[in-house]
Design a protein around this ligand. Structure first.
Ligand SMILES: C[S@@+](CC[C@H](N)C(=O)[O-])C[C@H]1O[C@@H](n2cnc3c(N)ncnc32)[C@H](O)[C@@H]1O
Length: 233
């Protein structure tokens, strides 16, 4: 394939990163935290959707992969790389939309918590936790971030949630149902149903394990959460 053809081509993205990309504003300055191969910023730059992007990672190895893709797809003028733990080294002026995808929910919450300039209603956070999505939702509710939209997707046979969050300073009561399934409880798509089924499956395995260990009180606690998820509000 000629270099020209490569330049005109957009990098292929799986449905999980495509869903993250769909929440990014047209013409924004993007920071992609934990970028690894920089697939997301390169995809958006190839499509002319963003003004600039910083592909950040805490490790040099992933940043080398990111640099290769940036050069391979000819988007050096739009996408740059940065060695950074979370957003610690990022200039706030370069990050209007911030994506954190493919990392644990606790780590994402910890990065947000220590980055004061994210507490600003003009910025958008696009979050896709790999684990502990509930911990992240609880943190967002308790920290004044509104989850404006949440959608689920299925990629490689697994279900993921992607949240679009904006700071408004209002502290919200999270509640178990919202902690476990977020806005997906009110979503009729088959992806949201699959996500809810996944959460219910995890809970029922946990409940059964607790019952086998005769921890009836704890089992009853999780059964209450399971029931709140099952009931449509
Ligand atoms: C599984 S990859 C996710 C790549 C891509 N964002 C995605 O969703 O496909 C996680 C990346 O996060 C990076 N990472 C882990 N902790 C980080 C931190 N504190 N700050 C920045 N990057 C981090 C890792 O080095 C790794 O490249």
């Amino acid at each position: 394939m000629s270099t020209d053809n490569l330049h005109r081509q957009s990098i292929p993205l799986d449905s999980r990163l495509r869903l993250c990309a769909s929440f990014v504003r047209e013409g924004t300055r993007l920071a992609d935290v934990g970028t690894d191969h920089a697939y997301l910023p390169v995809y958006l730059a190839c499509r002319g959707k963003i003004l600039s992007a910083i592909a950040c990672d805490v490790r040099q190895g992933p940043l080398n992969n990111a640099k290769s893709n940036i050069i391979r797809f000819g988007v050096e003028n739009t996408v740059s790389t940065l060695l950074s733990d979370g957003l610690d080294e990022v200039d706030p002026n370069d990050a209007c939309d911030i994506v954190m995808a493919g990392m644990g929910g606790e780590l994402i919450a910890e990065i947000i918590g220590r980055t004061q300039w994210l507490y600003d209603s003009s910025r958008r956070l696009i979050l896709q936790p790999m684990t502990r999505a509930g911990t992240l939702r609880s943190f967002l509710c308790a920290s004044g971030f509104r989850i404006e939209q949440e959608k689920a997707c299925i990629s490689g046979g697994k279900c993921y949630s992607v949240m679009l969050c904006v700071y408004d300073g209002i502290i919200r009561e999270c509640g178990h149902r919202f902690e476990y399934i977020g806005m997906l409880g009110e979503d009729d798509s088959h992806e949201a149903a699959a996500y809810t089924d996944m959460v219910k499956g995890k809970l029922s395995r946990k409940i059964n394990g607790l019952l086998r260990s005769s921890k009836d009180d704890e089992a009853a606690y999780y059964q209450g959460i399971y029931d709140s998820i099952r009931s449509k509000v």
